[in-house]
Design a protein around this ligand. Structure first.
Ligand SMILES: [Zn+2]
Length: 306
């Protein structure tokens, strides 16, 4: 049986290493990517594939953890090069008709939209595969198992492959060289309870290595799962405290407070300025304040008044 080769492709997002990965898994004729990255990093993707003696046309399958622009923006383009694209049922309609997704991202990023994310083409319908929770994806000799993992986004899968779990954003964001992790708690679908349940679900599976899209493959999944849970509890306490101090906090003040918290935390962990910037690129800390406020209003507000 052909040897399986697993390679982390660094997409060099905004000229910065170790911000966004696409994972290449190769065995015989099967050339599988987990995550396409955004449309703005096609050059990085092509360069990474070229290092392996491949071109985008050689990619046979693309598995998406979720449809956020930094993970799935180039999926449509890859489908036009011939790749079969696999996605969560809730994310699938947006891959065929990305207008709403693009409009909501444009509200956040404004005129930086194009330079940050590039083009988001719809996936060709005949190339789109909607896959169910725990429904094996068999590609040649390879088997991938998607696990439903909402919380960061409703439409999120982690993919188990041999002893590795490819976790997208549900197990946080980290950068090689540091035992430090952040949870990307972005609007509009952030749901802390569901996120905790997803971590529990992942704990029930056994894997020796963990590969968040931001960034790299690590051999300490226990540590990562534990620290994600702690990060979620800490964030919940933070928003509870902010709402207790001021029931209607201005969002600008919340963003500032959250960012200050993250900067202080980063400093305590000895992160260099460069690494702080890399974290900010993959996961702007202010946006987690938006996500947490929205979550609080939608779910906690109801709980406290009923
Ligand atoms: Zn995401």
């Amino acid at each position: 049986m052909a040897q399986t080769r697993i390679v982390t492709l660094d997409l060099n997002f905004q000229g910065r290493p170790q911000a966004i990965a696409s994972y290449l898994i190769r065995n015989g004729e099967a050339v599988v990517l987990i995550e396409s990255g955004p449309g703005s990093t096609l050059a990085g993707l092509e360069a990474g594939l070229a290092n392996e003696g491949l071109s985008p046309r050689d990619v046979t399958h693309l598995l998406l953890t979720h449809i956020h622009l930094d993970h799935a923006g180039a999926a449509g383009w890859l489908s036009r090069q011939g790749a079969e694209v696999y996605v969560h049922p809730i994310g699938a309609p947006h891959m065929l008709n990305p207008e709403k997704l693009i409009a909501s991202a444009t509200r956040i990023y404004g005129d930086r939209m194009d330079s940050l994310w590039g083009e988001f083409l719809p996936v060709s319908p005949e190339k789109l595969h909607v896959i169910g929770d725990r429904e094996s994806i068999i590609i040649g000799n390879l088997e991938f198992l998607p696990t439903n993992t909402p919380g960061h986004a409703e439409h999120h899968y982690a993919y188990l492959f041999e002893d590795i779990c490819f976790t997208g954003d549900v197990c946080g964001v980290r950068i090689p060289g540091y035992q430090y992790l952040r949870c990307p708690m972005v609007p509009p679908e952030l749901h802390l309870e569901r996120w905790h349940e997803s971590i529990k679900r992942l704990r029930e599976q056994s894997f020796a290595r963990i590969a968040p899209t931001h960034f790299g493959i690590y051999d300490d999944p226990e540590w990562q799962l534990r620290v994600v849970e702690k990060g979620l509890y800490d964030a919940e306490r933070w928003i509870d405290k902010m709402k207790a101090e001021d029931p209607n906090p201005p969002i600008e003040a919340l963003r500032e407070s959250f960012t200050t918290w993250m900067v202080e935390q980063g400093a305590a962990f000895g992160l260099s300025e460069d690494v702080v910037k890399a974290y900010g690129l993959a996961n702007p800390p202010g946006m987690s304040a938006d996500g947490l406020l929205r979550y609080w209003k939608k779910f906690k507000n109801v709980a406290s008044t009923s």
